[in-house]
Structures are given as C-alpha cells and as structure tokens.
Design a protein around this ligand. Structure first.
Ligand SMILES: *Cc1c(COP(=O)(O)O)cnc(C)c1O
Length: 405
C-alpha cells in the first residue's frame, strides 16, 4: 500500500469523458460545464496531494471512527448452515452510515477550492444529515433542498439538520420529493456557481461525481479486503451490498474488482414485487427500466413508454430512486457484478433475524443485503466466506418497522 489514503489507478474507468463503457458522461446545461471542469481539476489536484489524503485520513480516524470493524456473524451463519457470513460495520461510523465518508471527502475538497457555501439535496434526509454533520465540523455554510412531502415524512431528520446548523429549503415543485429537490439544487448551482459547491450524495450525476463518490467510499472495500484476510486467511467468495444510487456497493466492490474469484452482488429494492411495478429494481424489471438519462448521467432509468420517470417504491427510503449509478450499469453489462433484489417483506424479515441472532439492528437498506445473504449462504460450502456491507444502523427505521409489524 502506498501512503495515499485513497488508492486510485489510472487504468480504472471512467475514461477522460467520464464514461464507464456506454454509461455515465455529462448531460447537463451548458452553464454547468465550466463548474464540472473546475471540480474535476480540483479533485485531480487533491488526489495528487499527500496533504489532502493526510487530512482526510486524520478526520476518518479521529472523527468518523474508521476503520470500522468486520464482524463474524456466527449465530446467523450457524443457523443458515452454509457460508461463513462477515459484516463490514458501516453502521458503526459516526452518524450511523457510510454517507459520512463521502460528505467529509467532498467537504474537504470544497474548502480547498475556497467555496464556503455548500448545497445538497436529500430525500429521506440521510444524505442531508451526513452533509450537515460534515459541514458543522468543517465550519461551512450548508443549505439542503428537500421536497415538502419528504419534509413532512421525515421530521426527525429535518430537526437534526437544523440542529446541526443547516438551512433546509422546502421544494414545492413537481411531486415534492427527491427528484424535485435535485432539480432545485442544480438550478441553485447554475445561479451561484462561483461561490457554491454542490455536494452530491451517491455515485450518480454528471462526471466527475460518480468517480469522486466511488473513490471517497472506496475506503470501505480497502479496509474490508485487509480485514477479511486477517480474519479468515482468504478473500471472500462473494461480496454483497444493497444498491440505491450505488455508493456503498461501489465503495465495497472497488477493492475487489481484480479479484476474479470474488463474486460481486448488488441487491436492489424489490418493493412489493416485480409484478406489482411498485419497486426500485432498475436492473430486474426491464419492462419499465432501460438506458436513459436522469440527473446528468446515462444509466438505467425506470420510465414509461414516453420516457416519463416512474414513481418508485421501497420500504427503505435510501433505495427508493428511479436510476442507479452508471458504473453499476457497466459492471452488470460486463458481467463482473450481478444484481438481484429483495422485496420489502424479505428485508423486514432479515431486519428481525439480524437483530435477534447478532444483536445488530440494521438499516432497512442494509437489510436487503442481509436478505440476499440469507438466501445464498445455505447454498454455499461451509468453508466459503460471504462479506456483506452493513451500510447503516436501523435506529432511523424503527418508526417505519413498528408501523409494519
Ligand atoms: C443512503 C443509504 C443507502 C443507499 O445509498 P447508496 O448510495 O446506494 O449506498 C444504503 N444504506 C444506507 C444506510 C443509506 O443511508
């Protein structure tokens, strides 16, 4: 390992134009291109500067609590009677999920660029809380766009953001949810691009965001790859992660990309099931999902015949999004990664099983990954190893679960 905190490889995609094969790119108004160019140049400059790596690594150790551990899920593994299941514990990162890794990385970059006004968008509020937390730490001004429907549904997170010193800006347009908040944030960025840094929350959006977010989250896989070898003396037979926008999954997968014997498995939200059309399984339901453009990037998008974006459904807010990061579309096309889904009911079951057998209450998003491990482990030999990314803790989901059980 070099002494750089984030390992980048010049041979890795995206290419110079921001493409992962036929996915990715930049599909934005002309007025945003200079801002994206400036961001890309500043990011490349930061990645070449050991001081930036040192600052980030210092914060990750002393503030986030990294490295997060890998835990052997002994009782779960024994109950299933197959592969040994190990959990990468992003639930133990400060704020209880992986989103802080990206928020701190981009926050430090904003500071380095001299931009003191940070904007973000949020759906359920998790990215908003992660961003507001990092901006409180770094002393930067934070404005979070949020649809009024989401504001009503997510009161505790709205309160958290305000407590952390962020301004929550209500969005009244369209369906008054995440995609409208993203549109408003983009509009703000175009208007205030000189002073403002747009902090995007997942491995999505126009180049260089999918690469940058992946790199900031790649600490998950880099740590886990070392830890699992220390614990088991081998690489995992498979890595499993849930896929909303795709940042925790790509953050885990990236370190294993060249390990041909390690299967990479992404789990999307199957909602009420594929036939119900109420889900967010962008790769599983090709009747209503196909390559298209959403929020500045080309990837799989859930859309009707006229190209109108579909309403999605998941019990977990973090997986409830009609598109998916472009690198996942590419990994799927290459057959380097495999994508499957878990329904709401399967995730709720996994939520309870992990709580009872391991004393870990997972986020509902992460419970989708656990659900896949529960299906898969019994089919695998007992000396095999499954590494599951536990992207967050479930405290935020207790109200939802109480309502459903
Ligand atoms: C936001 C969130 C997700 C989904 O986002 P990705 O970018 O796909 O990782 C998953 N798990 C938790 C706990 C989250 O907060």
């Amino acid at each position: 390992m070099s002494d750089l905190y984030i390992q980048t490889d010049l041979n890795d995609l995206p290419d110079a134009r921001g493409y992962f094969g036929e996915f990715g790119g930049r599909f934005v108004p002309e007025t945003i291109i200079p801002a994206l160019d400036e961001l890309e140049a500043a990011y490349n400059d930061a990645m070449a500067d050991p001081v930036f790596h040192h600052e980030l690594s210092h914060l990750q150790r002393t503030y986030t609590g990294r490295p997060t551990p890998v835990s052997y899920a002994r009782r779960l593994s024994e109950a299933l009677g197959g592969a040994r299941i190990y959990l990468k514990r992003e639930d133990l990162a400060h704020t209880g999920a992986h989103k802080i890794n990206n928020a701190l990385g981009q926050g430090l970059l904003a500071k380095r660029m001299g931009k003191r006004r940070i904007i973000a968008e949020t759906g359920a509020g998790q990215h908003g809380v992660g961003t507001a937390t990092a901006m409180a730490l770094l002393g930067l001004e934070c404005h979070v766009y949020m649809g009024t429907v989401d504001i009503r549904r997510q009161q505790p997170n709205v309160f958290r953001m305000r407590l952390l010193g962020a301004e929550v800006i209500p969005v009244e347009s369209g369906s008054r949810t995440l995609k409208d908040a993203i549109n408003e944030a983009m509009r703000d960025w175009v208007t205030n691009v000189e002073t403002t840094f747009y902090l995007l929350g997942s491995a999505l959006g126009p180049h260089p965001y999918p690469k940058m977010v992946r790199d900031f989250q790649s600490v998950i896989g880099a740590e886990a790859r070392e830890q699992i070898q220390t614990l088991t003396g081998q690489l995992p037979d498979a890595c499993i992660a849930c896929v909303g926008g795709g940042s925790n999954a790509i953050g885990l997968f990236h370190a294993f990309r060249a390990d041909e014997n390690t299967e990479l498995i992404g789990v999307e939200a199957g909602g009420h099931g594929i036939d119900s059309k109420q889900h967010a399984a962008r790769f599983a339901d090709l009747d209503i999902s196909r390559p298209g453009i959403l929020h500045g990037t080309r990837s799989y998008v859930m859309q009707n015949e006229d190209g109108q974006i579909m309403e999605t459904h998941s019990v977990s807010a973090g997986l409830d999004y009609p598109s998916v990061g472009p690198e996942h579309a590419h990994l799927r096309q290459l057959e380097r990664a495999y994508y499957t889904m878990a329904t709401d009911d399967e995730a709720l079951e996994a939520f309870q099983v992990l709580s009872k057998l391991e004393g870990i209450i997972p986020a509902l998003e992460s419970a989708h990954a656990i659900a896949e491990a529960i299906k898969r482990a019994p089919t695998m030999p007992q000396d095999s190893v499954l590494l599951v990314n536990l992207s967050g803790r479930g405290d935020k989901d207790l109200d939802t679960v109480i309502g459903l059980l």
